[in-house]
Design a protein around this ligand. Sequence first.
Ligand SMILES: Cc1cc2nc3c(=O)[nH]c(=O)nc-3n(C[C@H](O)[C@H](O)[C@H](O)COP(=O)(O)O)c2cc1C
Length: 172
Amino acid sequence: MGKIGIFYASAGGTTKLVTDALIEAFDIDEDDVIFMEDDYDDIEQFDDYDILFIGSSTWGQGDTHFEWVDPMLEIEEEADFSGKKVAFFGAGDYKKHGEHFCSALGKLHNTFTKVGAEAIGFLPKEEYTYEFSLAEIDGKFCGLGIDEHNEAEKTAPRIEKWIEQLKTELGE
Ligand SMILES: Cc1cc2nc3c(=O)[nH]c(=O)nc-3n(C[C@H](O)[C@H](O)[C@H](O)COP(=O)(O)O)c2cc1C
């Protein structure tokens, strides 16, 4: 299937709920789990992986977690991720921030696909409620969003279903 690396940022641990489920489902070694705040040094770390699981909650007005800001610039300037597959996940709040629900996923999607990565793990946009989201790409939601503020009961089934979808898309 190829080597998987998880790169994620999470302020309060909500996005980490997905990270932990991915680690268990894909049996990912802790060395291959990069918490952006502590473990990320430079873009060469992405070279080790064929498959990237990329996580961020959404902040400000549809921004990624700030730990992603510099790496995204570096990626757009320097990286070539041709041949890599990438799936996006993250937490948001559709009631307080429905004008940019989980938009970080869309920003990350644009950065990674701009440098050649192939995005997987899209979901039907009908599974979410929002006014606007940069995560909506070509009529679909470009990854797994979770909303622990308003739809906590949906988190576990959403994660479980998405992981099954990823396994199918990755041919496991
Ligand atoms: C100042 C502030 C701005 C936020 N902006 C957004 C936003 O634009 N879109 C969104 O979906 N959620 C937004 N959120 C909600 C967070 O993404 C949400 O609380 C999330 O669960 C945090 O996940 P984390 O613990 O993994 O960082 C915002 C929260 C705060 C406090």
